[in-house]
Design a protein around this ligand. Structure first.
Ligand SMILES: Cc1ncc(COP(=O)(O)O)c(C=O)c1O
Length: 313
């Protein structure tokens, strides 16, 4: 970790030291995958070595892995200005977008509205819903994302009483435009629709406050602006929305933590939707000098991952 309180020149030197890939050239592709911090790579290597040498499961791992996952979820909660109980760990943005899109009990002819600037990770689930479930998918042309009045007028025209879901990026991957999510959410909510936000190009790049955005769910990756590894992400869910339209994904930890989370569903939306992985955001948070044995439970947790309900449907 680089202290934010260092003088600028020292901070820059420390950041460069922490991110070895910066020495290989000018790094301009964080929108695909950010440079991996040395500390994170070391923690992942420790875990891989532990799994190799000791194994990937043991009966006494569970409580500690829950702690590590809670730490990772708390880190995401801080980034999203949200409560830890509303954050689920996933494997990618696309994973979260799938959970959000397939979490609705769609009827034939129900409408979903999105933009023509969505990434395949967001568009794919919607196209599948159109083709498999007969969802009426409307795609709003938002141009380069800069004409806010035009965008809002287009959403007003596309959203109707049968609209169940609006899917929109926070930051467009095509142009970098910050889209007017809050205003779009207000239009959607007036029609009774939920709003699922693709935060892949926003989380870690710009300040995010999910409540201020008035969204119902927000998906993000670890590997881009948050500089985490591949195979890790998170989904924030507003508890009221989760109760209105419970996500069907079973947590990989369901067998262990089911009693705790199902007993208080409103407070545990994050747990309910977790797809279960602990190696990256948690890995980056390993404290200096901590023994790799801290990873034992996390390893077991990761290997206990099961395919989620929506993935099979
Ligand atoms: C806006 C947007 N959404 C989704 C994705 C897919 O992200 P992931 O690989 O985490 O599923 C990307 C990747 O570039 C993206 O830019």
């Amino acid at each position: 970790m680089v202290s934010p309180f260092l003088p600028d020149d020292e901070k820059l030197a420390a950041v460069r030291q922490a991110l070895p890939a910066l020495s290989a050239g000018i790094y301009l592709n964080t929108g695909s995958a950010g440079p991996l911090p040395r500390e994170t790579a070391r923690a992942m290597a420790d875990l891989a070595e532990y799994e190799l040498a000791v194994g990937r499961a043991a009966p006494d791992y569970d409580l500690q892995s829950i702690e590590r996952m809670a730490e990772a979820r708390a880190a995401v909660a801080a980034i999203l200005t949200a409560d830890v109980d509303t954050v689920a760990l996933t494997h990618s943005t696309t994973d979260g977008m799938n959970a959000g899109a397939w979490g609705i009990d769609w009827g034939r002819g129900d409408r979903a509205v999105t933009t023509n600037a969505e990434h395949p990770g967001a568009m794919g689930p919607l196209l599948a819903l159109r083709d498999r479930r007969g969802v009426d998918l409307r795609i709003v042309d938002i141009g380069d994302g800069g004409d806010v009045d035009g965008i809002l007028a287009a959403f007003e025209a596309a959203i109707d009483g049968r609209t169940r879901l609006v899917v929109v990026s926070h930051v467009a991957w095509t142009t970098g435009a910050i889209l007017p999510v809050r205003e779009i959410a207000e239009i959607a909510h007036r029609a009774g629709a939920l709003v699922l936000v693709d935060g892949a190009q926003a989380a870690g790049a710009i300040a995010v406050d999910v409540s201020a955005l008035a969204a119902d769910a927000y998906a993000l990756p670890a590997q881009k602006w948050l500089l985490g590894p591949e195979g890790m992400g998170a989904l924030w869910i507003d508890p009221a929305a989760a109760d209105r339209s419970p996500m069907p994904a079973a947590s990989s930890g369901a067998t262990t933590i089911a009693r705790r989370c199902w007993a208080s569903p409103g407070a545990a939306a994050g747990w309910r939707c977790s797809s279960g992985s602990t190696t990256s955001i948690a890995a980056g948070r390993r404290s200096p000098g901590e023994r790799p044995t801290r990873w034992r439970r996390s390893a077991a947790w990761r290997s206990s991952h099961r395919a989620t309900g929506w993935a099979r449907s």
